[in-house]
Design a protein around this ligand. Structure first.
Ligand SMILES: *[C@@H]1O[C@H](CO)[C@@H](O)[C@H](O)[C@H]1NC(C)=O
Ligand SMILES: *[C@@H]1O[C@H](CO)[C@@H](O)[C@H](O)[C@H]1NC(C)=O
Ligand SMILES: *[C@@H]1O[C@H](CO)[C@@H](O)[C@H](O)[C@H]1NC(C)=O
Length: 486
């Protein structure tokens, strides 16, 4: 009796088990079949790629350090491969020539996923001389501030908030014609937090929730985070736009700034937080990473100092015009951007028309991803790719903007600023900001690691966004002219 009961129970359990395995297998088979079914009229299939799990696709593999996984797949499936996140098809491009063919030459079908609405007009709305003046002023203030807070090199400091505020002020001046004093300003704290959070939320993995109807219904930290972030950004930056509006209504004479331009032109589209923040983040990361990396390489720092002393001397600060005569520092910046790209997986493009490229079908509404990680670590293009070696760029006198427009994509310096229509439109401005910030810091200080607190270059918080773990360095003035900077 008991024996037969337990036998029935046993067989019921087996049946259940078999049934669920069968359903699961069928599910996989159906999913696999529906994925592979995609072909163009001539029968060309979509590029090959990892299969992933049913329903969620490759999502579970991409939640942490996704660039490593995306890189591994590029080695396995080649420079053009596909992957699914839920029911959204992504195509990953990891080769300079294919990238040029697809994002630039074939550019018309690839619309940026979100309109970069304000950028092109943003810059034309501002006078070149004012942009220039703003950037120079802020770079000078950065030197004074690091000197003051670091008690002339006596105390180790975390340069992050200072560099962040510098970049924030540049952005605020151009956008709203305001600037902040001191890192304690609540706006600085807020903006720094927002831009770090923004870094945390960008990249294909966070966008996943936009594409995955299923996950959208499952409470998901990244959706909640993205929503909170968006809300906070609207409150912070939207509040600033309102301030400008109120001042304009009172009849104040407000110099040309992006907010005024947008308000005057009655544009429905608001100032794009995305562009503004990208701009801000680009410099912040460039500046912060440099301040992180330089102290870890004393011999590189010594060479940079030698070059500055020889070309500029101590009597004046380096200028934009000096850049061509300071190839080593120019090279350090390029190498930082190559090694420490804040957005390894770029900003995705969406293609709006189907096409077939080299016998591979790319359906409409595919998200195209530029795999900067693999591009930046190509051992043929960059021998010893994981080493930090500014020398590799020593003969590259192009700005990154010029480099992005070179005919031969194999000669491009790096892809940190993106590609095609999605290329960071604020690039020229960002490059100048980065150049002045970094050359000023190097001119003024010898940066030293704090004993017992070695700099951790490997870890970062965030997912696709990269920002270094908090660190402290001593900013030791190199000569007596530093205190006179004003
Ligand atoms: C998705 O990507 C777009 C464009 O890259 C970006 O503007 C948006 O903020 C991303 N979404 C999330 C939730 O991060
Ligand atoms: C740069 O140019 C010099 C002189 O032409 C050459 O000797 C050197 O190998 C080049 N360096 C690199 C990294 O290309
Ligand atoms: C970024 O994400 C990491 C990991 O989830 C988290 O620990 C960190 O606090 C986040 N940073 C910000 C500023 O949100």
């Amino acid at each position: 009796m008991f024996a037969s009961l337990s036998m029935i129970a046993h067989s019921v359990r087996n049946t259940l088990l078999i049934t669920s395995v069968a359903i699961y297998t069928l599910g996989i088979a159906y999913w696999y079949w529906s994925v592979r079914r995609l072909r163009d009229r001539k029968g060309n299939p979509i590029p090959n790629g990892p299969v992933g799990l049913p329903i969620v696709g490759c999502f579970p593999f991409l939640t942490h350090y996704p660039e490593h996984v995306v890189d591994k797949w590029a080695k396995e499936y080649g420079p053009l491969y596909s992957l699914w996140l839920g029911n959204q098809l992504f195509i990953v491009v990891s080769d300079p020539i294919i990238a040029k063919d697809l994002f630039i030459l074939n550019g018309s079908p690839f619309l940026p996923e979100k309109k970069c609405s304000s950028s092109p007009r943003l810059y034309s709305a501002l006078e070149e001389s004012r942009i220039h003046h703003t950037v120079i002023c802020e770079a000078t203030v950065l030197v004074q501030e690091l000197y003051r807070y670091g008690k002339a090199g006596e105390f180790p400091i975390n340069p992050q908030p200072h560099i962040g505020r510098n970049s924030l002020n540049n952005m605020l001046m151009l956008a709203f014609w305001i600037r902040t004093e001191g890192t304690e300003n609540p706006l600085v704290k807020m903006a720094l937090r927002l831009s770090r959070e923004f870094m945390n939320c960008t990249g294909p993995t966070s966008n996943l929730t936009d594409f995955l109807p299923l996950l959208q219904r499952i409470p998901n930290p990244s959706t909640a985070r993205a929503k909170r972030l968006r809300q906070a950004m609207i409150e912070t930056y939207g509040g600033l736009v309102k301030d400008v509006e109120a001042r304009m209504q009172k009849g104040d004479d407000i110099p040309d700034c992006v907010a005024k331009y947008c308000l005057l032109n009655q544009e429905k589209e608001q100032l794009s937080d995305f562009d503004v923040l990208t701009l801000c983040a680009a410099f912040m990361i460039g500046g912060v990473e440099t301040a992180t990396i330089i102290p870890a390489y004393p011999e590189i720092q010594a060479k940079a100092h030698e070059e500055l002393d020889r070309v500029v001397g101590h009597d004046r600060l380096p200028t934009v015009e000096d850049e061509k005569d300071l190839p080593y520092i120019h090279a350090i910046i390029k190498e930082v951007e190559r090694c420490y790209n804040p957005f390894w997986l770029g900003t995705p493009h969406m293609n709006t028309q189907e096409l077939t490229y080299r016998g591979q079908y790319i359906p409409r509404n595919t998200v195209m991803v530029l795999n900067c990680y693999t591009l930046h670590h190509d051992p043929v293009r960059y021998p010893d790719p994981f080493a930090f070696k500014p020398e590799r760029y020593i003969n590259d006198s192009y700005s990154s903007y010029e480099s992005a427009n070179l005919g031969n994509p194999m000669e491009r310096d790096h892809w940190t600023f993106g590609i095609g229509r999605r290329i960071c439109t604020g690039m020229l401005f960002a490059e100048r900001e980065i150049w002045l910030g970094i050359s000023h810091m190097l001119w003024a200080f010898r940066m030293e690691q704090t004993p017992g607190e070695p700099i951790n270059l490997k870890d970062y918080d965030g997912f696709s966004g990269r920002s270094p773990v908090t660190f402290h360095v001593r900013m030791i003035p190199r000569h007596e002219k530093v205190v006179e900077v004003q």
